[in-house]
Write a protein that binds this ligand. Structure first.
Ligand code: AMP
Length: 276
């Protein structure tokens, strides 16, 4: 892959990059569309990164429809699909990692302590292999996008990192490769998460700035989804991910929940007062 990237760069081509773990849906494809607009060569990676899964998580059951994925990527104009094996990315003796201090232990980092270190390390490695000028990530994983932006800035990396909007099912549920785990009853209740976030957004538009009021409206929606136990409902600033009481600047309203039947972890968010 690296030699190919070097030849693209020598021909003056701008490389756009979309890293994924596969099981592609319209959310992933929207990132390809965005990256296509900004580049001459479009590279997507499919790598089920073991280091971002914590011990009891779903690495072994994560869907791996590789042939279907590669056809979807090709149809969306992907020029190069990079799908390395784990030992290519982590050869024997590998022992380096990248950590954006502090940010990875907030929100999802509480229940997934090593997750973001796994993400930053693999994304930095993928950037070094693919050598893109721009890379597109989804706003659905807002904490991930904020952490990666910070890594790019802190390490003086010459990559334009773009955050694209969350793509949703028609009933509002944020698309996710993990939605296929949901039981039919859970699937009916899952849009309540976005319903709560939308209600919080509506209150914000009407002038409400108290975080506790926004949280309450989200919780009320989630109470109508008894198969989803909230893991957190947090209202935080988009720089340090610290809780705010009064919304004064760009604010991330983030929710994580776990379903009781299939034990699927769902996350979603809205950003109020600007973008990340
Ligand atoms: P994943 O394969 O889950 O690691 O996701 C790969 C990329 O797709 C990440 O940048 C995600 O934020 C992004 N992504 C996942 N779901 C969505 C969605 N529903 N809308 C937009 N981007 C998404």
């Amino acid at each position: 892959m690296k030699n190919l990237s070097i030849s693209f760069m020598r021909s003056g081509m701008r490389i756009g990059f979309v890293p994924t773990m596969g099981a592609l849906h319209e959310g992933h494809l929207s990132l390809l569309k965005k990256a296509r607009e900004m580049s001459d060569v479009l590279v997507m990676s499919i790598f089920l990164n073991p280091t971002q899964f914590t011990a009891n998580e779903d690495l072994s059951k994560y869907p791996k429809p590789f042939d279907i994925d590669s056809e979807k990527a090709r149809r969306e104009g992907c020029d190069v699909l990079f799908a390395p094996q784990a030992d290519e990315i982590y050869p024997p003796g590998f022992r380096t990692s990248v950590q954006v201090e502090g940010l990875g232990s907030e929100l999802c980092g509480i229940s997934r302590p090593s997750h973001f270190q796994g993400v930053t390390t693999v994304v930095l490695k993928l950037f070094n292999i693919v050598m893109p000028q721009c890379a597109v990530f989804g706003g659905k994983d807002a904490q991930q996008a904020i952490i990666l932006k910070r890594m790019v800035r802190d390490l003086n990396m010459s990559i334009q990192l773009v955050v694209a909007p969350t793509v949703r099912e028609t009933d509002g549920l944020a698309m996710s490769s993990r939605n296929t785990y949901l039981t039919p009853e859970e699937r009916i209740q899952a849009p309540k998460i976005y319903c709560g976030l939308l209600n919080a957004g509506k209150l914000y538009e009407k002038g409400e700035r108290a975080a506790c009021v926004l949280k309450k409206t989200i919780l009320e929606c989630l109470e109508k989804a008894p198969l989803i136990s909230p893991e957190y409902i947090e209202i935080v600033d988009t720089v340090n991910l610290k809780a705010v009481e009064i919304l004064a600047d760009v604010t991330l309203v983030a929710v994580a929940g776990r379903t009781s039947q299939s034990k699927t972890r769902l996350i979603d968010n809205v950003v109020l007062g600007g973008n990340i």
